[in-house]
Design a protein around this ligand. Structure first.
Ligand SMILES: [Zn+2]
Length: 439
């Protein structure tokens, strides 16, 4: 099977090359804004073809962009308008149904492109040279730049894996250009013999992640400090948003970048540690797709104690991103991530299957089953239930030869059958899938 990864290459530019890249990038951004204005003045068009026909010559003439790059501009603007139209449509429906009173303002004025990310097509706009160098198209023609990157990624490029499009990204505070290159890797298809270990990963508030294995190992990734920091950024962001002055907007940009990077870096770190600690594993993650629907936010008097506690967090953690990072790194480490049903993972007793919110008295640190008196650290319950469900998936995989990578939520009957099987799952310390003596 194929796995796409992104290699981040630091471009070691000399001043002339730096200037050429910056000039190209800014010209591209200006072209985006030009086409955005055109589209806005002509019925907020999102059709790429129409935008291209109307603007192509101007883009070439006014901004001096090379042909390929000039084609990317209307495509990107078209995509932006298309997604704004979708949002506007959803908003109209929501207002009609009375879910919201807010009017969508995204199409009130032409969307403005501030941070230009330039897309380069492989072999047309950029290509790799010998001696760890890359040739990149600019307004001034092609330049050949040395680059540095993560050892493994550089090796992939040199071994000749399938190389895709790249994005030129500018780190403004450090005045540094990066090329983000997408690479298609061929990795072995998963089999129960290769992925012979099982681990469950639970995500949450107090701990960003907790892992558990059938043999009783566990890893805890605390979230208190990092969340406090993220909340601080989020509150600052809100204040600046209210202020709305020019300098506030400028700071807002910096703050939201910091907030995003903080979460991103931490997610990278956690996923790396989890994947490294569990090579050749089937990694169970909760299916979070349908969770948000159940947690309609309430505030003030209408909110329950739990909701108010959750609302205190000014920022939400990017758990979906964490899952993506895990899944992505897993494949490269010979593991495989799957999604399991998240239903009652934090309430069900792993020992006897009895599920109730009362199994966790006062939402405290201790899980105490009302039915069988089994007690355990509350934050471990979720991870253990996920392990059990992952073991069940693995069991089905071995017996049917088919691996289901996400729970079947389309059919209520299948869902009910599956949940009945969950209730019959029992935790015992000897549920390891690997036969002793093998490996
Ligand atoms: Zn129990």
């Amino acid at each position: 099977m194929k796995q796409t990864i992104t290699a981040k290459l630091k471009l070691l530019t000399d001043p002339a090359q730096f200037a050429a890249l910056r000039e190209t990038q800014l010209a591209y951004r200006d072209a985006l804004n030009y086409v955005s204005h055109y589209s806005f003045g002509h019925g907020k068009k999102s059709n790429r073809r129409a935008l291209q026909d109307a603007c192509y010559d101007d883009i070439r003439l006014l901004f001096g962009l090379p042909a390929q790059m000039a084609c990317n501009v209307p495509r990107q603007v078209g995509a932006t308008y298309k997604s704004l139209w979708t949002k506007a449509r959803h908003n109209a429906q929501a207002r009609k149904a009375g879910w919201t009173k807010k009017r969508f303002k995204g199409l009130d004025k032409p969307p403005k492109y501030v941070s230009p990310t330039l897309t380069y097509n492989y072999q047309r706009d950029y290509s790799f040279k010998k001696n760890q160098q890359v040739s990149i198209l600019t307004l001034e023609g092609r330049i050949v730049v040395s680059y540095r990157g993560y050892e493994k990624h550089v090796a992939f490029i040199q071994q000749g894996v399938t190389i895709g499009a790249a994005k030129l990204w500018y780190d403004k505070p450090h005045k540094q250009f990066y090329l983000l290159v997408s690479l298609d890797l061929e990795v072995a298809d998963p089999t129960p013999e290769i992925q012979c270990q099982v681990v469950g990963v639970d995500v949450g508030q107090r701990y960003l992640a907790v892992t558990a294995t059938p043999t009783g190992q566990a890893l805890f990734f605390p979230g208190k400090q990092i969340r406090a920091k993220a909340d601080h950024y989020a509150r600052l962001r809100k204040r600046l948003q209210k202020k709305g002055t020019r300098s506030a907007t400028r700071r807002l940009l910096a703050i939201s970048g910091r907030e995003r990077r903080l979460k991103h870096d931490r997610n990278h770190l956690i996923s790396r540690r989890i994947v490294d600690a569990h090579p050749l594993s089937l990694i169970g993650l909760e299916d979070l797709t349908h969770i948000r629907e159940n947690t309609k936010r309430k505030r003030g008097k209408h909110a329950s104690k739990k909701q108010r506690r959750a609302n205190r967090h000014a920022s939400s953690w990017a758990f979906a991103e964490l899952h993506t990072h895990i899944a992505y790194k897993a494949v490269l480490a010979g593991s495989m991530a799957i999604k399991v049903d998240a239903y009652h993972t934090s309430q069900a007793c792993p020992k006897c299957g009895y599920a109730s919110p009362k199994n966790r008295p006062n939402k405290g640190l201790l899980f105490a089953c009302l039915s069988c008196q089994y007690t355990l650290h509350a934050d471990l319950i979720g991870a253990r239930n996920i392990v059990l469900r992952t073991l069940l998936t693995r069991h089905d995989w071995v017996s049917t030869g088919m691996l289901s990578v996400s729970p079947d939520v389309s059919c209520n009957e299948a869902k009910a059958r599956e949940r009945q099987r969950f209730r019959e799952l029992r935790w015992s310390t000897d549920t390891s899938p690997c036969h002793r003596g093998v490996g």
